[in-house]
Design a protein around this ligand. Structure first.
Ligand SMILES: NC(=O)c1ccc[n+]([C@@H]2O[C@H](COP(=O)([O-])OP(=O)(O)OC[C@H]3O[C@@H](n4cnc5c(N)ncnc54)[C@H](O)[C@@H]3O)[C@@H](O)[C@H]2O)c1
Length: 340
């Protein structure tokens, strides 16, 4: 199959590219490589897949030095003409949309970026699917759609009408737009509600990375809501495997419109998470206890019954194991980075 993965220089997208190539698919990766966080990490992820920074040109395909089946294009979802041309040239079978402006805190500072990438950009993806060969769209949603009022564990059929951040509102908007394109044009749309993902080459703007970095550098970490937060931390391989289970085995007879939680289903208190980080790296955290940040939720907790019933899959990597693997990657990455 010919598959487009957007957000291919991002944390989750880069892992999905790898998994798809392993399964023998042809993949085009797309990303605008924006500077929301350190682009060196985005280029490093691309380099892991054989795409060298020096070979990347705006709007042009670069073929991976590791696999002829992987090509990468630097393109923005909001570039309507560029997107249209790409879809016309490539005849994709499936699109996996991971590109988005992520992060809750930044949506307070820069709301426009969320509307641009997550709403206008997502509309372009839907329109291109509609007008070309694409039968199936898998796209990233988020646990943040559950807001603060949902009972735990969060079930997919719970009401999600009360988002508390613009980020969450754009993810909910994506689900609604996907529903429309399913109803009107028979596109199969599968929304993936991810729960706090961490692991090797993870996002530097998220707590696991920020905390580990600060602990190792002896810097102070800010612990929101005085540590009284629960997060359903989910290891990246569990996310990748969950998406691949859906991808490999989704029914194709009829167009579908579904959303799935993909989360560990075992929320961890923030303080416990910090203690596991401390134990893993053998250093104590210096902590500054602060209030809740606006837009944040007290806890996330995935009910994964639907994923299990439909695909027989449940995430399984423990926080101890996941942090150990994350820590090993981090030490390796920072060493090779500092050595040039
Ligand atoms: N990581 C998590 O914990 C988590 C949790 C819930 C949902 N999600 C969602 O999963 C998806 C992937 O998240 P991630 O953690 O890999 O984030 P990420 O920021 O690492 O990856 C997103 C990538 O998309 C690219 N991008 C952003 N806007 C773009 C645009 N307009 N055009 C082209 N490329 C663009 C960025 O450069 C980035 O490389 C996102 O949609 C995110 O909202 C992530």
């Amino acid at each position: 199959m010919n598959i487009l993965v957007t957000g291919a220089a991002g944390f989750i997208g880069s892992n999905l590219v790898k998994a798809l190539l392993t399964r023998g698919h042809r993949v085009v990766g797309l990303d605008n490589i924006n500077s929301y966080y350190d682009t060196r990490l985005k280029y490093a992820r691309l380099a892991y897949a054989g795409i060298e920074q020096g070979d990347i040109r705006d709007g042009r395909m670069t073929t991976s030095s590791l696999s002829p089946d992987y090509r990468f294009i630097k393109l923005d979802l909001t570039d309507r003409i560029g997107m249209e041309r790409l879809f016309a040239d490539e005849a994709f079978d499936v699109v996996i949309n991971m590109a988005a402006q992520a992060g809750v805190r930044y949506s307070i500072e820069n709301p426009q970026a969320y509307i641009d990438s997550n709403v206008v950009g997502f509309l372009n993806v839907l329109e291109c699917c509609r007008h070309h060969t694409v039968k199936t769209l898998l796209y990233a949603s988020s646990s943040s759609v559950y807001g603060t009022d949902c009972d735990v564990p969060f079930r997919e059929d719970a009401p999600t009408d009360s988002p508390v951040s613009l980020y969450a509102a754009t993810k909910k908007t994506d689900e609604l737009m996907a529903h429309v394109y399913h109803k009107l044009y028979g596109l199969t749309t599968i929304g993936l509600r991810f729960f706090t993902v961490y692991g090797p080459a993870g996002r530097p703007d998220m707590a696991p990375f920020l905390f580990l970095k600060s602990i190792l550098e002896g810097k102070t970490i800010r612990v929101f809501n005085h540590g009284h937060l629960d997060r359903d931390f989910t290891y990246i391989d569990d996310i990748t495997e969950g998406v691949m289970q859906i991808f490999d085995r989704m029914p194709t007879a009829e167009p579908l419109c579904r959303v799935y939680n993909i989360g560990r289903s075992e929320p961890v208190q923030l303080m416990k998470f910090i203690h596991v980080l401390e134990d893993t790296c053998g250093k104590k955290a210096v902590m500054e206890m602060t209030d809740m940040q606006p837009g944040d939720v007290l806890r996330t907790y995935a009910d994964t019954t639907r994923l299990y019933e439909d695909f027989g899959y449940r995430p399984s990597v423990s926080v101890e194991e996941g942090i150990r693997r994350f820590y090993e990657w981090y030490v390796d990455y920072t060493n090779s980075h500092h050595n040039g």
